[in-house]
Design a protein around this ligand. Structure first.
Ligand code: PMV
Length: 315
């Protein structure tokens, strides 16, 4: 009988370049280790000789045989892709238990993190832990099932668990952070499915291609400047770049009054700059802060309506 295996995957934030990255502009993202998805695979001694894999996800009250789930269910798809990758026709009798502290539909990569933790834990349980490039490729296919046209940035930053400079379809570039910097991540508490905002941007881009191409290029330029600032040890320059990036995201129609309100509150409380992070329309924003001001700015954001505030250091 196989021995139990646990794998974890962190959350993520997009630092710069969301949405424009779908249109092949660069974006920067970093892992967030304060939250994670965790998957444990254990043998199931109660199953009959035909085996059968059970998925348990207590947070969403899911207890099911994997093959009774719809084919597009991401957990089922992750199990299936490991089986296909390893040329197996069916899984052994085991239980795959999923837990996660990453808020769902909040732009923190919860879906990709769960997929990646399943791919890692299940392949390791079967004795063939998949390398990162395969994990990343399989997780990207699963992202496509529910995001439509994902850029691939979420699965990449979470798989490699390092800050990445990402251009769709190009080799992965991680980057150095010689001077660490501190961010507050504040949640509007409004669930915002990425597919919806990505679809909205696509419609607008089709209606006004020149205008939207200009926004994407301006954002791509900001992402490149941000990478330079980080790599040259001047992360304090990121505040102004965040403000600028948020301005274009507003123009593109992916912010919302609650995000704008929290962005304003963060700046007023002393953040160097702030912007929405991820798909927008709700979800999270990030603000660049001095670490010693974290408690003060966090409390200002809570008073302004933030549902949750996380402090993280990018290094
Ligand atoms: O998963 P989210 O909400 O962080 O959004 C990902 C970023 C987008 O650029 C909006 C979409 C994508 O696939 O890159």
């Amino acid at each position: 009988m196989n021995t139990p295996v646990t794998a974890a995957a962190p959350g993520k934030i997009i630092l710069f370049g969301e949405h424009a990255v779908v249109y092949s502009r660069p974006a920067l993202a970093a892992p967030v280790s304060q939250v994670s998805a965790r998957v444990t695979v254990t043998p199931d001694p109660t199953a009959d000789s035909n085996g059968g894999l059970r998925i348990q996800s207590p947070a969403i009250n899911l207890y099911a045989q994997w093959d009774s789930l719809p084919p597009k269910n991401p957990a089922r798809a992750a199990i299936q892709s490991v089986l296909s990758e390893l040329n197996l026709s069916r899984p052994p009798a085991c239980t795959v238990r999923i837990t996660s502290s990453i808020p769902v539909s909040a732009g923190l990569g919860s879906g990709a993190a769960v997929s990646i933790a399943i791919l890692r834990a299940f392949s390791a349980y079967l004795g063939s832990p998949l390398p990162n490039d395969r994990i990343n490729a399989l997780a990207y296919e699963i992202e496509k099932l529910h995001h439509g046209t994902p850029s691939g940035i979420d699965n990449t930053v979470i798989t490699y668990n390092q800050p990445v400079f990402f251009i769709k379809g190009q080799p992965i570039e991680t980057f150095q952070v010689p001077v660490a910097f501190t961010l507050l991540i504040a949640d509007t508490g409004i669930p915002a499915p990425t597919a919806q905002t990505v679809g909205g941007v696509r419609q607008m881009w089709q209606a006004k291609p020149q205008e939207y191409e200009r926004y994407f290029s301006a954002i791509g330029k900001i992402a490149r400047q941000a990478r330079k600032a980080i790599e040259s040890g001047a992360p304090e320059k990121l505040g102004a770049l965040m403000d600028e990036n948020h301005f274009y995201l507003q123009k593109m129609g992916v912010s919302c009054p609650e995000l704008d309100n929290l962005v304003r509150a963060a700046r007023k409380a002393g953040a160097f700059g702030a912007k929405l992070s991820g798909g927008g329309g709700g979800g999270n924003l990030i603000a660049l802060i001095q670490p010693e001001k974290a408690a003060e700015i966090a409390s200002a954001l809570e008073q302004a309506g933030a549902a949750r505030v996380i402090v993280t250091e990018v290094r």
